[in-house]
Design a protein around this ligand. Structure first.
Ligand code: HEM
Length: 93
């Protein structure tokens, strides 16, 4: 599955930047929390509404959280709302 398939239709790819995993890894604190799910980079620093809290998110901050996400969620695609607010880019090496 490519990131294009997981990017929702309403998101304009031209506004989305590219990052490396090294850049993502620099953002792994509660005040600066990025992560990757399916090749897409999210900045969840200001997302305070994760249903089971944000401490769990901190465990995978700065990493590829795809496996951790799949383990606890059945939904494949991340919702429009989350992508609109928190998607900042995608991984390119
Ligand atoms: C550790 C890594 C985790 C990550 C990266 C993560 C990430 C996310 C994301 C991005 C969403 C929004 C999905 C959407 O709106 O499309 C979400 C929702 C949710 N998460 Fe997590 N989560 C994690 C762990 C967990 C765990 C351990 C649980 C519960 C045992 C959990 C329960 C939920 C629930 C109930 C929702 C709302 C319903 C849903 O979208 O599935 N999450 N999570």
């Amino acid at each position: 599955m490519t990131f294009e398939l997981l990017l929702n239709d309403n998101i304009n790819i031209e506004n989305v930047k590219t990052f490396t995993m090294e850049e993502v890894a620099r953002h792994r604190t509660i005040d600066d929390m990025w992560m990757v799910i399916d090749g897409l980079v999210y900045d969840f620093t200001n997302w305070n509404l994760h249903p089971v809290g944000n401490k769990i998110l901190l465990k995978v901050a700065g990493t590829d959280a795809t496996k951790a996400y799949r383990k606890s969620h059945s939904k494949i695609k991340i919702s429009d709302e989350i992508q609109e607010k928190y998607l900042i880019g995608y991984i390119s090496n």
